[in-house]
Each structure stands twice: as structure tokens, then as C-alpha cells.
Design a protein around this ligand. Structure first.
Ligand code: PDD
Length: 281
């Protein structure tokens, strides 16, 4: 695999980042995951805009322009022959001479930028979408700025492990009684024909897939309500689903061991998945 590190395209075994990198020492970095279908990037613009916002919120400079970033994405897709998969991008505050809590001067410490591809043939036809997934609920004890896409992913990783241990696929996090989001996806329930998902705030990541799916749903005359919902309301819903750049739209068929409806994907989530895949490729 060819990867991109600080301006160079290299074999992955030759790519290097300093042990003083603040991404490594302090999780002082942001990231994006962009999907690729039919060799084309899905929603690059949305990801580039969110990346810039994450950088701005953390007072971090960007080592690359948006146009150059697009070129790097395209070149990696081409060099690695990606038809279906993802591109991972990470920018950190770089590697100062020593470990220090204060931010280094961006003039003397350039940011680190890394991109690599992940080949996932069959991503669009993922059989998991036919079966649906199981989630458990866990406390949301993450920090208060989940709208910034930082690489602090320890708690979401722990949540994923709690889910696996419980025989489920993922965890939905709950704060003050209300669902925030999944470990790496946005969460939705369906009641009647109404799609319900938490409103945007600092409590959740503003998903690029979320924005597209809600737009397509409204265009298809489906009713969308952006509001908080509880796990109890979710357990009594007709359907539930998640969205993310790596799963698109994925039905949820069980919450905390309780099947939703008859425990199979309903009508709305599979339809939204189909619309999303049709419209965005
Ligand atoms: N995760 N919420 C969280 C906490 C996420 O980490 C993600 C994305 C989303 C969905 O955002 P989007 O639709 O822009 O992918 C919501 C990526 C895929 C990841 O960490 O791999």
C-alpha cells in the first residue's frame, strides 16, 4: 500500500512519524474518513469543510490546502486501485522537540499529515445491512466537544469492546437519559414514518452522512424530526439505524437484547440505504 506522509508518497513500511508527535503523545490531532465507491470519493467537500472546522476549533493550522488535499485523496485512490473502501486522513499539531502541554509554535513545528487507504471490496453490498445490527446502551462519558473530530477514541473503542462482550455489534451512548450517538456513527429511530435523530450540538459529531441522509429523506417526502430521544423510546420504536462514512445506512434490529419489531430490518432504513447509495455515487 502506498501512503502519504508530510508531502511524500511512500510504501507503508517506509512511512515514519516522530515519537514526539503530539497525536501520539496527547491525542492532539483531528481526522476524517471518506468513503470511496466505484473509485470515486463520496462527499469530499463535506469532509474537507468539517476538517477545517475541527482545525479551527483547536486553533491548529493546516499543512495543506483543500485543492491539494483533494489531489492527494485522488492520487492514493489511483495508486492503490481502490474501487470500494475508505481513505483515512489525520492531521496532528506536529512533533516539537520535547513533551510539553503548551501548544508548540506552528512556525517552528509543522503539523503532521498522514493519509492511507483501506480497501473494502463489497462495502456497498455489505451483507450486514440485510441482517441488521445489535446495539447495547452505555454511559456517554466522553469529553464535551464531540463535534470536533479528534483522535481521542479510547472510550469509543472501549464501548465497542463492551458491545462485543455482550454479543452485540456496537454501543449507543446515553447522556442525561438521552442517546447521543454510536461509538463511530450517528443514531436514529423510526416511529411510524417519522425519522428521529438528535439535533446537532457539541454533544455529537455532525455526520457528513447524517447531513446527506436527512436531505435525501426530506426530498423523498419522509418526515424528519431532529430531537433527543431516550433508550426507552428507542426500544419501543418501529425501526432504528445508524449512519457513517464507513457503514452508510445500517439497520439496528436489537437494543439491549430487545428486538425492534420482529427483529429484522424494517422498511425505512433499507430504503434510505438504497437512496443514499444511489444518490451519492
Ligand atoms: N466515524 N459520530 C461519531 C462519533 C463518529 O466517529 C462518526 C464517524 C460519525 C459519523 O460521521 P460521518 O457520517 O461523517 O462518517 C458520527 C468514522 C467513520 C470513524 O471514526 O471511522
Amino acid at each position: 500500500r502506498t501512503v502519504y506522509v508530510n508531502g511524500d508518497y511512500l510504501p507503508e513500511t517506509e512511512a515514519k512519524v516522530s515519537i514526539f508527535d503530539r497525536g501520539f503523545l496527547m491525542a492532539d490531532g483531528v481526522y476524517e474518513v471518506t468513503s470511496v465507491l466505484d473509485g470515486k470519493l463520496i462527499d469530499f467537500d463535506g469532509h474537507a469543510v468539517r476538517l477545517q472546522r475541527s482545525l479551527d476549533e483547536l486553533d491548529m493550522a493546516s499543512p495543506i490546502t483543500k485543492d491539494d488535499l483533494l489531489e492527494v485523496h485522488r492520487k492514493l485512490v489511483r495508486l492503490n486501485g481502490i474501487e470500494e473502501g475508505m481513505i483515512y486522513l489525520q492531521i496532528t499539531r506536529g512533533a516539537p522537540d520535547d513533551r510539553d502541554f503548551a501548544f508548540p509554535d506552528p512556525e517552528t513545528t509543522p503539523q503532521t499529515i498522514v493519509l492511507f487507504t483501506q480497501n473494502k471490496p463489497g462495502l456497498a453490498d455489505n451483507p450486514a445491512a440485510k441482517k441488521g445490527m445489535k446495539v447495547i446502551s452505555i454511559d456517554d462519558i466522553r469529553w464535551g466537544r464531540r463535534d470536533i473530530k479528534t483522535v481521542q477514541l479510547l472510550y469509543p473503542s472501549m464501548g465497542k469492546m463492551m458491545a462485543k462482550k455482550a454479543g452485540a455489534d456496537d454501543a449507543w451512548m446515553v447522556q442525561d437519559g438521552f442517546v447521543t450517538e454510536g461509538t463511530s456513527n450517528n443514531a436514529y429511530i423510526v416511529k411510524g414514518n417519522k425519522i428521529i435523530t438528535r439535533e446537532k450540538s457539541n454533544d455529537i459529531l455532525h455526520g457528513i452522512t447524517r447531513a446527506a441522509v436527512l436531505r435525501f429523506a426530506r426530498e423523498a417526502q419522509m418526515e424528519v424530526e431532529e430531537r433527543n430521544f431516550t433508550i426507552e423510546e428507542a426500544r419501543a420504536a418501529d425501526e432504528a439505524f445508524i449512519t457513517s462514512a464507513s457503514t452508510f445506512v445500517m439497520p439496528v434490529v436489537e437494543i439491549d437484547g430487545v428486538p425492534l419489531g420482529d427483529g429484522t430490518p424494517g422498511r425505512v432504513a433499507p430504503r434510505l440505504r438504497e437512496i443514499y447509495l444511489d444518490e451519492s455515487r
